[in-house]
Design a protein around this ligand. Structure first.
Ligand SMILES: Cc1ncc(COP(=O)(O)O)c(C=O)c1O
Length: 384
């Protein structure tokens, strides 16, 4: 009799595993959602206020405003400071589109700034050049550093430049909520901080969501008003132009359950990142975190010379990868005509061809990490 030996193919590796987290909190989320169904306050229900309280605590500030997305959060922050036509808003070219898009949506002009080659966040020297070279028909008004891949930008250096030039600083912390710099939480590093609860973010909900954090008692009132159609003292009095930027109560209920395990998940992400660092630093350039900073590892992003061949070979070995961001914003059709640092975007244009991200989530066990590490080593070494 012939024996047929079937060897099980290794389980596919997810790039992000939201399912394990969902199963961990499923019972609690179901109870929380049922509660919302029963009280019926689907818009601005009690869960929104509780979420805002907890987000402010996490961010080390007095106030948080829950809103419909990270993009809305940026628009709300810009509108709250009256930023619009004729104003320049300095943004990194190497970011998700929403950072620059928000400036355009309020009628302002994004001005692109290059990034630092090690930490990949906004380069203070490039910001200085972009301000000095800003077209004369624009008034420099705001800067939006982006906490790329989960770690804070250099708010100390960028904040000093913003203060010198009278710029409002809005931290785009869509990827970094939960991280810190010099002992201060992301949330307390800029006049306003925005974040996103898109499902794949370190703190994600089950749909779209976002928040703005601030310590400023007057700004939070303006932000609350803009989020609700510019509402004044009562429902049909409108003090300013606003829009409907509210978060659903259901999403707040989900986020409260996710916040309960967030600290534990951040630690788990960091353990994965430290292990990757240790096992991969000989074969690729592993990520550099800013001095005094922590990362929540929204992505674990490495740099290598022959990126495209490496990710193709990794795919063939069953290791998924992501490329954030293959075409920076200053090279994208709708954004290509906007001003930029007159010295150019050399670092951004170099990084766009060399970075890629490996699977990263709090539930990535050591055996799977080892499979990923072995595949990276095999691929990079075979291509050397
Ligand atoms: C850096 C950055 N800014 C803004 C956003 C926009 O957030 P949202 O998708 O919630 O609108 C995202 C993510 O999607 C992001 O990564």
């Amino acid at each position: 009799m012939r024996m047929i030996v079937v060897t099980a193919a290794p389980a596919p590796i997810p790039f992000i595993d939201l399912k394990t987290q969902r199963l961990r909190i499923a019972g609690k989320v179901e109870v929380a959602l049922k509660k919302v169904l029963e009280h019926g306050a689907f818009v601005m229900g009690p869960e929104i206020l509780e979420l805002e309280k907890q987000l402010a605590q996490w961010g080390g500030v007095k106030h948080a405003l829950a809103c419909a997305s990270g993009t809305d959060a940026l628009v709300l922050a810009l509108m709250a400071r009256g930023i619009g036509p004729g104003h320049a808003v300095f943004v990194p070219a190497f970011t998700f589109v929403a950072t620059a898009e928000a400036a355009v949506l309020v009628g302002a002009t994004p001005v692109f700034v290059d990034i630092l080659p090690d930490v990949l966040t906004m380069d203070p020297a490039s910001l200085e050049r972009a301000i000095a070279g800003c077209p004369k028909d624009l008034t420099p008004k705001a800067v939006i550093p982006v906490d790329l891949f989960g770690q804070p930008a250099d708010y100390t250096a960028l904040g000093a430049i913003a203060a010198r030039h009278g710029l409002t600083m809005i931290a785009d912390a869509a990827q970094s909520f939960g991280a810190s710099l010099n002992g201060k939480a992301v949330g307390a590093l800029a006049e306003m901080t925005t974040t996103s609860f898109f499902p794949a973010k370190p703190l994600g909900c089950y749909g779209d969501g976002g928040a703005v954090l601030t310590d400023d008692d007057e700004l939070i009132e303006v932000l609350r008003s803009i989020r609700n159609h510019g509402q004044g003292r009562d429902r049909y009095e409108h003090a300013r132009i606003g829009f409907n930027g509210r978060l659903d109560t259901m999403q707040a209920a989900v986020l409260l359950e996710k916040l309960a395990i967030f600290a534990d998940e951040i630690e788990a992400r960091d353990r994965v990142a430290q292990r990757y660092n240790q096992l991969l630093s000989e074969v690729v350039d592993t990520p550099v975190v800013i001095k005094g900073g922590t990362s929540v590892w929204a992505q674990y992003t490495v740099t290598t010379a022959n990126r495209d061949a490496v990710i193709k070979a990794l795919g063939a070995l069953g290791v998924p990868t992501g490329v954030y961001y293959p075409t920076p914003l200053h090279l994208q059709g709708p954004y290509a005509h906007y001003p930029r640092d007159p010295a150019g975007m050399a670092v951004t244009e170099d990084k766009m061809g060399h970075v890629f991200s490996l699977p990263m989530h709090p539930y990535l066990d050591e055996a799977t990490q080892d499979r990923i590490v072995a595949a990276v080593r095999q691929v990079v070494e075979s291509q050397a």
